[in-house]
Ligand binder design. Structure first.
Ligand code: FES
Ligand code: FES
Length: 146
């Protein structure tokens, strides 16, 4: 009955996932479980048996930050860092479903995640910047493949 959050942080030492409220209100502990966004503080680990879990540690590939991580750094979307992993996972979820979100879509997609430091505008702008960064990256890849 241990919480998924505790297994990630204490047993697996994946401390990127943060605990804020511990009761499903803040989204700091968000991870993706079988492609769905969940609050890991509310998931008994037995419910995760056999599931594919993605945490913030899984966003960077081959030592390169994910476009969302780069954009959060560049646009001031991250300060104390407590909410940031959850925001990143919620934004990843959003972009998986909707690769070209409007500002309204971003607000809705991140509505379950609270930030006490930056206010939300820089976070929303970071997601917009990440979409632009990703488009540029894809265009570069396409040009390289030609
Ligand atoms: S710590 Fe899980 S939602 Fe706040
Ligand atoms: S950066 Fe501190 S809570 Fe969001």
């Amino acid at each position: 009955m241990k919480r998924l959050l505790d297994v990630l942080r204490e047993d697996l030492r994946l401390t990127g996932t943060k605990e804020g409220c511990g009761e499903g209100e803040c989204g700091s502990c968000s991870v993706r479980m079988n492609g769905e966004l969940v609050n890991s503080c509310l998931v008994p680990v037995l419910q995760a048996e056999g599931a594919r879990i993605k945490t913030v540690e899984g966003l960077a590939t081959k030592g390169e930050l994910h476009p969302l991580q780069k954009a959060f750094l560049n646009c001031g979307g991250a300060q104390c860092g407590i909410c940031t992993p959850g925001m990143l996972m919620a934004a990843t979820q959003l972009l998986a479903i909707n690769p070209h979100p409007s500002m309204a879509d971003i607000r809705e997609g991140l509505a379950g995640n609270l930030c006490r430091c930056t206010g939300f505008i820089r976070i929303f702008e970071s997601v917009i910047a990440a979409v632009a960064l990703d488009k540029g990256h894809s265009a570069e890849q396409a040009a390289g493949a030609r």
